[in-house]
Design a protein around this ligand. Structure first.
Ligand SMILES: CC(C)(COP(=O)(O)OP(=O)(O)OC[C@H]1O[C@@H](n2cnc3c(N)ncnc32)[C@H](O)[C@@H]1OP(=O)(O)O)[C@@H](O)C(=O)NCCC(=O)NCCS
Length: 163
């Protein structure tokens, strides 16, 4: 545990530096905020102007600029979260189909919005500007700009508003 978090990351705002753990070899950009009881693991890179909420587990993934990740998210190793993405509370990404892999890594493209409680399965790409409804289980790639809901997540049609 590093006790001088604020000294290591002068441009970063920790809600309470004594209650956050950031392991060695992590990059965090200026203006980013990190909540309490969050663990950021070795190898993670986090951009500028991003918010990581409390109770998150951030593995060796890449998180871009101006991203918002709300309370209690689990972001697995190898995930890419592009700029401007919004991730609601209690979202889980996954990278291993069933222990023993091969691992494949989700990618959440620019400006996508992920509703609270969603699960993003290994290797899934969420397209630019797409929306994932709360509580969805996303098993397939989501095209840019569309909305998906449900388990398994399906595209919502404009006519009915239902997946
Ligand atoms: C997906 C979402 C964007 C759709 O919003 P919307 O277009 O206003 O949709 P509506 O509320 O009109 O619902 C349309 C239909 O889809 C269903 N639906 C809406 N959201 C759903 C969801 N997450 N999962 C399953 N079905 C959903 C509704 O039940 C409704 O069906 P019905 O007509 O049979 O009742 C929204 O419901 C949602 O899940 N937002 C995420 C909220 C969130 O997690 N915020 C995080 C920060 S607090």
């Amino acid at each position: 545990m590093h006790h001088d978090l604020q000294g290591r990351f002068p441009g970063v705002h920790f809600y309470n530096p004594a209650l956050t753990e950031v392991q060695a070899d992590v990059a965090i950009g200026a203006g980013t905020r990190v909540g309490s009881f969050t663990l950021v693991q070795t190898g993670a890179t986090i951009g500028t102007g991003t918010t990581i909420g409390s109770h998150c587990n951030i593995c060796a993934c890449h998180i871009g600029n101006n991203v918002s990740i709300q309370t209690a998210c689990h972001i697995t190793r190898g995930v890419v979260v592009e700029d401007g993405v919004f991730i609601g509370p209690h979202v889980t990404t996954l990278n291993d189909k069933l222990r023993g892999g091969p691992m494949t890594f989700p990618r959440i493209c620019k400006g996508a919005k992920i509703g609270g409680g969603s699960v993003i399965l290994p290797g899934v790409t969420i397209g630019e500007g797409a929306t994932v409804g709360a509580g969805s289980v996303v098993t397939r790639d989501v095209p840019p700009g569309v909305t998906v809901t449900g388990n398994p997540a399906r595209v919502v049609t404009r006519e009915t508003g239902k997946s």
